[in-house]
Ligand binder design. Structure first.
Ligand code: ADP
Ligand code: MG
Length: 162
């Protein structure tokens, strides 16, 4: 079952990411789906904040496809927008990242469809209007189901989102 929320500003999306990031731990894999401008990088920025990454400039990795950050646990931000062929995944050590003890967030995860772990947390982002984005959450695996339950509780408590 998909759980959805709508954010009405980039800041809200970041805040949502921060709530999620605060709940993430070693080995977690978060897959982000959605077109350009859907808010994937904004959400990833928030996740970094929730993981206590101290660096100021969390941008999407471009030529390298992966940026590594030090946070409460290592944070690996992968963006597959510029992936040319699936064989390139091996070159960037994709499998090592998702099997690592850090947190891996993957923008354009659909481009690595066959390489994704069976158990994962997926977020489907879509444009609603200029400042609104819909985010649908899908948890696969017991660990991620618990994570989603916790996130829902946070949202209920904070009432920051509709
Ligand atoms: P993506 O990584 O999916 O291409 P970005 O996060 O880089 O998306 O860009 C999202 C753009 O949409 C930014 O320019 C941001 O300011 C704008 N925006 C407007 N409303 C929202 C919202 N509710 N959530 C996230 N981004 C939003
Ligand atoms: Mg992006």
């Amino acid at each position: 079952m998909m759980f959805s929320v709508i954010t009405t500003s980039p800041e809200q999306t970041e805040h949502l990411g921060e709530l999620l990031g605060a709940r993430l731990g070693r080995g977690d894999v978060v897959c982000l789906y959605g077109d350009l401008g859907a808010g994937k990088t904004s959400l990833a920025y928030g996740i970094a904040m929730g993981l206590e990454v101290k660096e100021q400039y969390i941008t999407s990795p471009t030529f390298t496809l992966v940026n590594e950050y030090e946070g409460r646990v290592p944070f690996y931000h992968i963006d597959l927008y510029r992936l040319k062929t699936p064989s390139e995944l091996e070159g960037i050590g994709f499998e090592e990242y998702i099997e690592s003890d850090g947190v891996t967030v993957i923008e354009w995860a659909d481009r690595a469809e066959d390489e994704l772990p069976e158990e994962r947390f997926s977020i489907y982002l879509s444009y609603v209007s200029e400042n609104s984005r819909e985010m649908g959450f899908l948890a696969e695996g017991e660990r991620y189901e618990k994570l989603l339950k916790g996130l829902k509780e946070d949202l209920g408590k904070n009432k920051v989102l509709t």
